[in-house]
Each structure stands twice: as structure tokens, then as C-alpha cells.
Design a protein. Structure first.
Length: 258
């Protein structure tokens, strides 16, 4: 693992002056382990993370990554799948034996099988190359927020012109300047919506949704999700045919985009 300190252009911890989004840093900087065998990509990720005051560490192989994570556990991992020694999916499996830290896969593999395999192994999100650095960093912030026990839970969300109050379990469609119209959701629609809202900006796999809402043994019933997501979009989205908030990630799952 590359962790030389203090020399320009080489990996090392940055002073935690401000938080990743520019806010005052009140605690230690989040430690992010980047696992990537391509030197140019590894350097670009490291520089961008340090510029945002993350405590970045790097590894070029799967075994280096496992050793680095064991010696100093990261708060999050950004992981390539095509590593020179062991496949990235094996790294996920090994990490999940003892670590619950969020894992974002960053890979050139675009097939649904690769994505499903990584997510089922325990990855929290999957980003394909080529990618937007801004989007990757936004997804990193999202998984870190979810993993932070001190983060306040979401109590209200907006989908189109609908305001969702998760405390009162109400949905109100705002129209003009009036009082708003109540939107009724079924218990299944509520559970599906709440699960997505609990992970803002993050991919939630179809298997996870099916297991959490319908229970074990229903992980392959993807038609259930298509049916109920269609109903949710018709009730909540301004244009159900072109949803802006309740998104499908083909072959992987669904995502709530605030």
C-alpha cells in the first residue's frame, strides 16, 4: 500500500480543516481506502479525495487492500473489480466477514451480472467507468452519511410536487397556493418508499428491497417491484414515464434521487 507522508504528490493524510462539503470539520476526517491498479486513476482519485480533506489511503492489489483495511479500518472503500491478484468481488466478501464500512465499486465492467454479483457480495453502490468525479464524490458522501450514527434521520422528503412526512405517514400533493391534496399509499407502497428514502442518492438492490419488504424467499420476484414502483410513480412523480426521483437502475435495483 502506498502511504508515503509529507512529500508533494504522494499519498498521505490531509489536515482536517474543513469537511468534505466545505463545512467546518468537527471530528476526524473520514478515512477512505481506494483500491485501484491503474496508477493514473489511483492518483486522480487520491488527489480529489485529499482536496476535499478526506484521509485517503491507497492499495493497488486486493491483498494490499485487505491488509490495509485490517491494520487501519477505513470509513469507506472505493474498489475496482479488475485487480491483478484477486477479483474485487472476493475483496468485498472478505471485508464483509468483519467490516460494515460502505463499499463503492468503481469498475469498467458494465454487465448486469457483474453489478448484481458485487452488490450481492456486499457492495453498497456501483459506479461504472468512465464516470463523473462529482457524482462519485456525491455517492461517497451519501454512504458516509448513512453509516454515521450521529446523522439525523430523514423526516421529510419531496418527490415532484408531493411532500412526504415520514413521521406522520402522510403524503400531500401541493397544487398552486392551496392547502394541498392528500395522496393515499398502501402499506406495501409505504414500506417500499421508506426503504428508498432511508438511502438517499444510493442504489438499493432489488434483492435487498424484496427481502426487506416481502421477506426471505422472495428475492427473485422482481415483478413485485416493477408493479409497486409503477404505482408509486403514478401517485408521486410529476411525469411517471420520465421519473426524476424514483429511479430504476437496470439489472441492479432502484434509487431515490432527492
Amino acid at each position: 500500500m502506498t502511504m508515503a507522508r509529507g512529500r508533494p504528490g504522494t499519498p498521505g493524510p490531509a489536515a482536517p480543516l474543513t469537511g468534505p462539503a466545505g463545512r467546518p470539520q468537527t471530528g476526524p476526517a473520514a478515512r477512505v481506502l481506494v483500491v485501484e491498479d491503474e496508477p493514473g486513476m489511483l492518483r486522480a482519485l487520491f488527489i480529489n479525495l485529499r482536496a476535499r480533506r478526506y484521509d485517503a489511503a491507497t492499495a493497488r492489489t486486493g491483498r494490499e487492500a485487505l491488509a490495509a483495511a485490517a491494520s487501519r479500518p477505513p470509513d469507506a472503500v472505493i474498489l475496482d473489480l479488475g485487480l491483478p491478484d484477486i477479483d474485487g468481488t472476493e475483496v468485498i466478501v472478505e471485508l464483509r466477514r468483519w467490516s460494515a464500512s460502505p463499499i463503492i465499486v468503481l469498475s469498467g465492467r458494465t454487465s448486469p451480472g457483474d453489478k448484481i454479483g458485487a452488490l450481492d457480495a456486499g457492495a453498497d453502490d456501483y459506479v461504472t467507468k468512465p464516470f463523473s468525479m462529482a457524482e462519485l464524490l456525491a455517492r461517497l458522501r451519501a454512504v458516509l452519511r448513512r453509516d454515521d450514527p450521529g446523522s439525523p434521520g430523514m423526516t421529510e422528503a419531496v418527490v415532484g410536487h408531493c411532500v412526504i412526512d415520514l413521521t406522520a405517514h402522510t403524503v400531500t400533493r401541493q397544487a398552486g397556493g392551496g392547502a394541498g391534496q392528500a395522496v393515499r399509499l398502501t402499506p406495501t407502497e409505504w414500506r417500499l418508499l421508506e426503504t428508498l428514502l432511508d438511502h438517499p442518492g444510493q442504489l438499493v438492490s432489488s434483492r435487498q428491497l424484496l427481502a426487506e419488504i416481502w421477506g426471505p424467499g422472495h428475492e427473485l420476484r422482481t415483478n413485485y417491484l416493477r408493479f409497486h414502483m409503477g404505482k408509486l410513480r403514478r401517485k408521486l412523480e410529476d411525469d411517471p414515464a420520465r421519473p426524476r426521483h424514483l429511479l430504476t437502475e437496470p439489472g441492479m435495483g432502484y434509487r431515490y434521487r432527492p
